[in-house]
Design a protein around this ligand. Structure first.
Ligand code: BGC
Length: 673
């Protein structure tokens, strides 16, 4: 009787019993989103699917389609061999799969593993950029937990991209909406809260894409030249913080760094991740990103995704002495240790365990915390009863998340038009004589596979904005612009026409509800920008090298990413990092700083000097030699209320920096004595 997997001790016994072929099979996925079961040893398959914003039903259908295909082949007496899939990712051929999927989702016998169309409506949670704007780990953890529970109930064991901590290097990056911030400190203090929430939901978290996956152009293998100091200061800290928070899996990125593809990069995966940071979980490749499976396993990648993919190269490499068998053993040990933590072993929740209201509340509270008021001449909040004429398609079809692996299809998305209609009289696309205010939503798409071409808004939104502006002028009523965007857009030209500008990024399923409540002052906005909005693309530090030639790329700006660069070029900034307005006003009292053990504790009394409750985010920066956020705290204050806010900063985090400054954005700062 072979040993069966039951605890960490059984792992060694299993490894010593496994054949080379079995070992090679276990480190390669079985299908698009599933790993291989080895029933003989009691090793179950794991469902490994996206993602960070919700249950990805498109991937579930792909998985079903693939399995349906295999079943049909097997029942026709033609077994599917992994040798048909030398590279693995051919099984992701979307055209083929979607054809198959049509058959698969109708077939009654295929619902065995994942609920393709779960009976419950599942949620779309805000993607990283929006969560970055909340500056509030508590709402992030709650979203993570609700999402983790939903994924768990849908049969998922490892939820991919929970979180995506890639830095906002350039405004045009197609996937920057998935990442938290341009700033490594903000990422490191927020993203771990998502990891914790996901784990509370009972599934295993996954941080991606390690490392420096900052563009879509040439994403498979583009060779990025990045100085080590830049990697360590800007691109690594978010990963390290998630590993320290217990994130048990890391996805290696598609790109290469300094000549070595991330999934085949020993320095990255073994020396830094395991050696320096003490990572004890397992590393998986991005889908099709282990370009050479032998090199990947040798470098410290533990699971090659997706499958099926031939095991022959691994078996041959071991037989010929090119790959030590101990490397396969290491991969299996790392993988099985994490497998023991998954619902596949511990048991899954069921859909009956899920309360959709809980998820909606978490998403709503996050939406209220992240929507960011950028301009307000006093028009907001609107008086209840004010009649609104809405413009722009996205006023009625809010973009809750971007496209690609972060895309979620759900019936739960809200939109500002419908939600405002519950509060007041609204029209769409036309203003009337008694219209009090015009509200137009403009957008910018965000998606995997493509970067944006420019910071221009789509043509249909430009036209809607022009119509809305013309109506506002002819009726003499104020114009409010809502930005439902994946990242910065060009604002300079139309900003003077707008009485108020509100950034909602991609706010998840409750964004419309939160936005309507903010318009009418039922909720006081408190989001702060997690990235700089430059005046135009031409002034960005990355304009000359973003994208590269699709093959080679130099991160010439080094650590001068985001406000670290704009600090020296203030004239180029439309809205700075850390900035966001409120319907109330705050004042700071005396600031003090004292060291206590390993920390410096910076304290300030903050008073809400206005007439409504609101939240302010106190931010502490190192002022020299380069501005760098070191800590922050968001505080909620009733009208007239004062509280002492204390921010603890680890002294080790201040190595090499000079004086500190405190304030409410990266530019609104006072020196700390
Ligand atoms: C994406 C990952 C994603 C994976 C699985 C890849 O194309 O880059 O972010 O998790 O596919 O869907």
């Amino acid at each position: 009787m072979p040993v069966r997997l039951k605890d960490s001790e059984s792992i060694e016994a299993i490894i010593s019993e496994m054949t080379l072929e079995e070992k090679a099979a276990l480190v390669i996925g079985a299908s698009p989103f599933r790993t291989k079961p080895l029933e003989k040893y009691g090793i179950p398959a794991l469902v490994v699917m996206d993602g960070g914003t919700g249950y990805n039903s498109i991937q579930a259908e792909q998985e079903h389609a693939f399995r349906a295909y295999c079943k049909r082949r097997i029942s026709a007496g033609i077994p599917v061999s992994e040798d048909e899939f030398p590279e693995g990712d051919e099984c992701l051929d979307t055209n083929k799969l979607s054809l198959l999927a049509r058959g698969a989702v109708q077939a009654p016998d295929l619902g065995e593993m994942i609920a393709v169309r779960p009976v419950l409506p599942l949620g779309c949670y805000p993607p990283g950029m929006f969560l970055g704007a909340t500056w509030n780990p508590e709402v992030i953890e709650r979203c993570g937990k609700a999402l983790g529970r939903e994924a768990n109930a849908c049969g998922i064991d490892i939820l991919l991209g929970t979180p995506n901590v890639n830095i906002h290097r350039d405004p045009l990056g197609g996937r920057i909406f998935e990442g938290y911030s341009e700033d490594p400190c903000l990422v490191s203090k927020l993203a771990p809260a998502f990891v914790k929430g996901i784990m509370e939901g009972g599934v295993v978290a996954n941080v991606k894409h390690f490392a420096a996956n900052n563009q879509e152009k040439g994403r498979r293998g583009i060779n990025e030249h990045i100085e080590e100091e830049t990697l360590r200061e800007i691109y690594f800290p978010g990963f390290k913080a998630c590993v320290e928070a217990g994130c048990a899996t890391v996805m290696a990125a598609y790109n290469s760094i300094n000549g070595s593809a991330c999934a085949m990069n020993k320095w990255l995966l073994t020396d830094v991740l395991r050696g320096e940071w003490g990572f004890e979980g397992f590393v998986m490749s991005d889908w099709g990103g282990a370009y050479d499976e032998v090199e990947a396993i040798a470098a410290g990648c533990d699971l090659i995704m997706p499958g099926p993919r031939t095991t022959a190269p691994l078996v041959t490499a071991v037989r010929e002495g090119v790959l030590p068998e101990s490397k396969l053993d290491d991969a299996i040990r790392n993988y099985l240790k994490v497998l023991l933590m998954t619902p596949a072993v511990k048991g899954h929740l069921t859909l009956e365990d899920i309360d959709p209201e809980e998820g909606k509340r978490a998403a709503y509270d996050a939406a209220c915390e992240g929507i960011t008021l950028l301009k307000n001449d006093g028009v907001l909040p609107l008086a209840e009863g004010n009649k609104i004429a809405f413009y722009g398609r996205h006023s009625r079809e809010m973009i809750a998340s971007g496209e690609g692996s972060a895309e979620v299809i759900t019936s739960l998305n809200t939109n500002v038009y419908d939600c405002a209609a519950k509060i007041t009289d609204v029209t769409f696309g036309e203003a009337c004589e008694d219209t009090d205010v015009i509200v137009v939503t403009v957008s910018a798409q965000g998606q995997e596979f493509y970067d944006r071409e420019s910071m221009a808004m789509p043509e249909e939104d430009r036209i809607a904005l022009e119509e809305a502006t013309a109506e506002s002028k002819s009726l003499g009523v104020p114009l409010v612009v809502l930005m439902n965007i994946s990242g910065p857009i060009d604002i300079v030209d139309w900003e003077p026409d707008a009485s108020a500008i509100v950034c909602e990024f991609f706010p998840g399923m409750q964004g419309g509800a939160a936005m309507a409540d903010i318009l009418f002052g039922r909720v006081n906005p408190s989001g702060k920008l997690p990235l700089t909005f430059p005046k135009s693309y031409d002034v960005t530090p990355t304009k000359d090298n973003f994208g590269g030639d699709g093959i080679e790329l130099t991160y010439a700006e080094g650590i001068n990413v985001g406000y670290r660069y704009y600090d020296k070029h203030p004239e180029d900034v439309m809205y700075p990092f850390g900035y966001g307005l409120s319907y109330t006003t705050f004042e700071f009292g005396e600031v003090s700083a004292k060291s206590e053990g390993d920390n410096i504790r910076v304290s300030v009394d903050v008073t809400n000097t206005g007439s409504r409750a609101g939240s302010e985010t106190v931010q502490v920066y190192a002022a020299e030699p380069i501005k760098a956020l070191k800590g922050f705290a968001k505080v909620k204050l009733a009208a007239g209320e004062s509280k002492t806010v204390t921010i603890s900063i680890n002294i080790a985090d201040l190595a090499g920096t000079g004086s500190l400054a405190i304030g409410t954005s990266s530019v609104d700062l006072q020196p700390l004595a």
